[in-house]
Design a protein around this ligand. Structure first.
Ligand code: NAD
Length: 260
């Protein structure tokens, strides 16, 4: 079955992985709801670039840490498109610090944005997916959903939680032609990774170059960053008919990191 004409919400798609998935989806003819923060002019430019691929693209700036605002966004999407076939829960932030210095408000923000938002979008999207008899929920977790690294207590906890949510939702909707899976990327060179290099350097007493080679790519056996295009391809595969019986699982796209 062609994916053309379907509609996807991709949270946190003004940048990085989410934006890459938005472009991959638009290329496949899927209408896109963009979400995330950023400069309004840059966002409008990206939205127009998505539409230039021949689909409809709208932007919603909902703060994914706010459950009521998420509910409002889900209603707006239903009103605009009359359908929502695919949800990619991708919005995420990071904070790197030893646990005893980890700011409480950062813990709460990471839990809300990286984990709880996926519950709120899925909760709102599933009734219409059930009615339509088809749906795909894709949670962008992380290699840190499978293994830990020091100084990322909230992020690792939220991403492990994302895999638990993925499995549970998959079971609940298994007979409704809806699948729910997680993608666990290794390091992708996006603004999120770029921003944590100075903090990791500080926390570990290393130079920024040492952080890239000896920390970020140390566990990535291919010695290559994952690309957003590779993740868009994985997400499209999970939307395809070939993936109809893949549900409740996670696909690591991590250059061998979690194999070791
Ligand atoms: P990024 O910083 O480039 O993009 C994050 C996106 O989330 C942006 O669009 C940002 O505006 C949005 N966002 C942040 N807070 C938000 C909020 N409160 N409400 C709505 N949107 C919000 O980061 P990225 O690297 O593209 O990360 C995307 C996802 O992939 C995250 O969940 C991240 O944990 C995960 N991930 C990234 C990597 C990596 O190496 N970059 C690896 C594994 C997993």
């Amino acid at each position: 079955m062609s994916l053309a004409g379907k509609t996807a919400l991709i949270t946190g798609s003004t940048s990085g992985i989410g934006l890459g998935i938005a472009h991959g989806f638009a290329q496949a003819g899927i209408n896109v709801v963009m979400n995330g923060f950023g400069d309004p002019q840059d966002i409008e430019q990206e939205r127009a670039a998505l539409e230039a691929r021949g689909v409809r693209a709208i932007y919603d700036g909902t703060d994914m840490s706010q459950p009521d605002a998420i509910a409002g966004m889900m209603e707006r999407v239903a009103a605009e498109f009359g359908r929502l076939d695919i949800v990619v829960n991708n919005a995420g932030i990071q904070h790197v610090s030893p646990v005893e210095e980890f700011p409480r408000e950062k813990w709460d923000a990471i839990m809300a944005i990286n984990l709880s938002s996926a519950f709120h979008t899925s909760r709102a999207a599933i009734p219409a997916m059930k009615a339509a008899g088809w749906g795909r929920i894709i949670n962008i977790a992380s290699a840190h959903g499978l293994v830990a690294s020091p100084f990322k207590s909230a992020y690792v906890a939220a991403k492990h939680g994302m895999l638990g949510l993925t499995k549970t939702l998959a079971l609940e909707v298994a007979q409704d032609n809806i699948t729910c899976n997680a993608i666990c990327p290794g390091y992708v060179y996006t603004p999120l990774v770029e921003k944590q290099i100075p903090d990791t350097a500080k926390a570990r007493g290393l130079s920024e170059e040492q952080v890239i080679n000896d920390v970020l790519l140390a566990a990535q056996w291919t010695k290559k960053f994952v690309t957003v295009e590779q993740l868009a391809g994985t997400a499209l595969f999970l939307c395809s008919d070939h993936a109809e019986n893949i549900t409740g699982t996670s696909i690591a796209v991590d250059g061998g990191w979690t194999a070791a």
